[in-house]
Design a protein around this ligand. Structure first.
Ligand code: SF4
Ligand code: SF4
Length: 187
C-alpha cells in the first residue's frame, strides 16, 4: 500500500489501494476510506502483537486522562457548561482535522464512525452525551478553555497536562506504527 496524498488514486471496488495522508478531504470520504481499511485489514491488525500493544497503551492513556479530568473537576465543569451554557467547544468543522489513520484507530478501538452530523452547529462526532469517539484529535485533548483556566487551580491543570501529554504521545506512537505496518506489508 502506498501512502499518497491524492484522493484521485485508483480504487478497486470498495477497496482502497492507498492511504490518503493529510486532512484535506470531506469527512464522509475519510470515514469511507477508514471503514474500507478496517474491513480489509482489521483482522490482520487485530492479530498483530505490536499494534495491539500500542493500541492498548493508547487506550489506557485515554482512560487515565479521563480519570484525571474527573479528579481535577474538568468533567463537572464541562457538564455544567454543556447543560447550562450550551458547551460551545465541539464546534462544526473540528472533524476536518481528522486523518484517515486516526479514524481507523477509532474503528480499531471499537468506536463506530457516524455517517451523519447530529448537531448542525457541532462537530461531526458530537452526540447528545458529548463526544462519540474514543481517540480524539490532539486539538480536542489539549483544549482547556478560558472558563476551565479560570475555574480550575493552576496546579491541578498542570497535573492534568501530564496525562494529556501522555495521551497525545501514545496516540502519535499508534499512528506511526500503523503507517509503518502498511508500508511493510506493501499492500
Ligand atoms: S471545554 Fe470549556 S467550553 Fe468546552 S464544555 Fe468544557 S467548559 Fe465548556
Ligand atoms: S471532542 Fe469529539 S465531538 Fe468534540 S470536537 Fe473533538 S472529536 Fe469533535
Amino acid at each position: 500500500m502506498s501512502m499518497v496524498d491524492n484522493s484521485d488514486q485508483q480504487k478497486d471496488g470498495d477497496k482502497i489501494s492507498f492511504i490518503p495522508l493529510g486532512t484535506d478531504y470531506p469527512i464522509l470520504q475519510k470515514i469511507k476510506w477508514a471503514e474500507s481499511l478496517f474491513d480489509q485489514f482489521g483482522k490482520l491488525l487485530a492479530d498483530d502483537r505490536v499494534i495491539q500493544e500500542k493500541l492498548h497503551q493508547y487506550k489506557n492513556a485515554i482512560i487515565s486522562t479521563g480519570r484525571a479530568m474527573d479528579e481535577v473537576g474538568v468533567l463537572a465543569e464541562c457538564t455544567d457548561c454543556a447543560v447550562n451554557d450550551g458547551g460551545s467547544c465541539c464546534g462544526r468543522g473540528i472533524e476536518s482535522k481528522f486523518t484517515v489513520i486516526l479514524l481507523l484507530i477509532n474503528r480499531l478501538m471499537g468506536s463506530s464512525l457516524a455517517k451523519e452530523r447530529e448537531d448542525a452547529e457541532g462537530c461531526w462526532f458530537l452526540g447528545p452525551k458529548g463526544c462519540k469517539i474514543i481517540a480524539r484529535h490532539t486539538i480536542c485533548v489539549n483544549y482547556l478553555c478560558r472558563r476551565l483556566q479560570d475555574k480550575i487551580p493552576q496546579e491541578k491543570l498542570q497535573f492534568l497536562q501530564h496525562y494529556i501529554g501522555a495521551e497525545v504521545d501514545a496516540g502519535f506512537v499508534v499512528e506511526e506504527e500503523l503507517k509503518r505496518w502498511f508500508q511493510k506489508k506493501k499492500i
